[in-house]
Design a protein. Sequence first.
Length: 333
Amino acid sequence: MTLPPEVKAPAQMTSPPEVTSLPKVASPAEAKAPAQMTSRCGFVAIVGAPNAGKSTLLNRLCGAKLSIVTPKAQTTRFRVLGIFIRGLSQVLLVDTPGIFRPRRKLDRAMVAAAWSGAADADLALLLVDAKSGATEAVKQIASSLGRSGRRCWVVLNKTDLVPAGSLLPLIATLNELAGFEETFMVSAGNGDGVVALADALAASVPEGPFLYPDDDLTDLPDRLLAAETVREQIFLRTHDEVPYATTVETESFKERPDGSVRIEATIYVTRPGHKAILIGDKGSKIREIGASARRDLGRLLERPVHLFLNVKERAGWDEEGARLRAIGLDDPG
């Protein structure tokens, strides 16, 4: 076995207190750079098996909660763009759904979105849960990336949860499947190794002008952000198949004269039993979901939010092209 030429070791295990963003680096507008220096901008797709920590890594790199995060697998359903700036570089991170064996049309659309994100990017990051290791799913993804001929790096996540001695054999196994240019070891949860990864990404994206304003963090529309925030609470507060059989659509998003916003959203479920669970005894569960989502949206939108939720049964919504397009996915046919 031959190890990759360069392995980035994790930063010293001293967790920063409540790190929410990377150290500030001046943007091109702020930096007084020599005339010969040029800006850089490029897309970096984060791909991997479900629950590898892709959304957590995107949020950590961007310094803001842009992609919803829950302990359950397959939370992310569509590509989410996160933007961060390091010096003269603008890095456009694409958080993709986890890659798994699809069964429903929804599943096929999610997996297609993940591979499309990797194909369209200047660089793909294969994020691997170091605790789970080289599972069959991870091996298949690594092999597919290797055959694609595209630029790929491998990033081991959750390295703070495993013995250091287990990491090099895992790296060797992965590099036998694909010729990864670089290898990094991080903990997206506490920030270990993330600054080094951010610096490397900033240096690796191609030369070119910024594609988004300096202060943009994402291109996610507020209506979709509202729906995702509600769906996150459903994932956190329901169990078994209920969150996976649920989708949320924002029906109305209206600015009010007092500066607040009124949001009306519909939660679609596939079975009558799921509707009863979501509503709860005398409406207790839906009020709980709404209250938590309202608080989160207020922080994200930086204004008061009036949120109204409605639960409807719609059998087979996960096979409808219109429902998939409503949540930002292409109909796989």
